[in-house]
Ligand binder design. Sequence first.
Ligand code: ATP
Ligand code: NCN
Length: 225
Amino acid sequence: MAISVSEPDPGTNQPLVLMFGGTFDPVHNGHLRSALELTQVLPVRAVHLIPCQIPPHRDQPGASAEQRLAMLQLAVKNEPLLQADDRELKRPGPSWSVDTLSSLRQQYGAEQPLAMVLGWDAFMGLPDWSRNEELLDLAHLIVLTRPGQMSDASEALCGLLENHELKPGEQLNAVPFGRILRLSLPSAMQVSATYIRRLLGQQASARYLLPDAVIEFIRSHRLYQ
Ligand SMILES: Nc1ncnc2c1ncn2[C@@H]1O[C@H](COP(=O)(O)OP(=O)(O)OP(=O)(O)O)[C@@H](O)[C@H]1O
Ligand SMILES: O=C(O)c1ccc[n+]([C@@H]2O[C@H](COP(=O)([O-])O)[C@@H](O)[C@H]2O)c1
């Protein structure tokens, strides 16, 4: 994986805009609690939760794109900083994150500190992502770590961390892009959508792992049976 060489100009210390992408099949409290806690531990003006259209990298989801978006909209209702964002659903073809970050960069301008949030598992796959060498020229990366989940990073990722990891005392929003922050949030959860789909497939309750409104949507649309 090539290392980004651009050095961002000092920014204006504006609060961050976060992109939190996912398949969200379905969205769950691991995603939601993380998104909310990010707004509590960092200066954040908006979190864009963005369901992908055609996952470039995995089996097709059990719920349609429209259903995954609808569940996300129900989940973030009444949380003003969390936005269900349908920009990847409006774009034909695979949802490459680099295109989504370009679109956010265009929307907010060159000076805006922008960060892509991803779990450690997703970060492990970064060397295979489309045009991955452009990502850190567009945004910061916030990598969420969970106890017990950390596998070793490849040589390419170790190199990337060495060159881009935020130094102690540095603020992520002091520059618009180009840094990596590893973060362990206070209530990191083990829950996954795979586990929820498995429970629902066995007619077992998934209550308290995702919002009741999302459970009701799943029930009324007979998803994941
Ligand atoms: N419990 C969790 N806490 C924090 N982040 C999570 C959690 N589960 C997934 N993520 C992260 O959220 C993003 C979207 O994940 P995704 O929609 O694939 O959910 P998932 O639970 O990992 O789904 P699946 O089990 O179907 O792979 C990814 O960056 C992933 O690493
Ligand atoms: O752009 C890519 O090549 C790419 C490859 C794999 C994953 N992603 C994005 O990473 C995010 C998390 O993916 P997932 O599989 O955990 O839902 C989601 O927004 C995907 O679109 C992006």
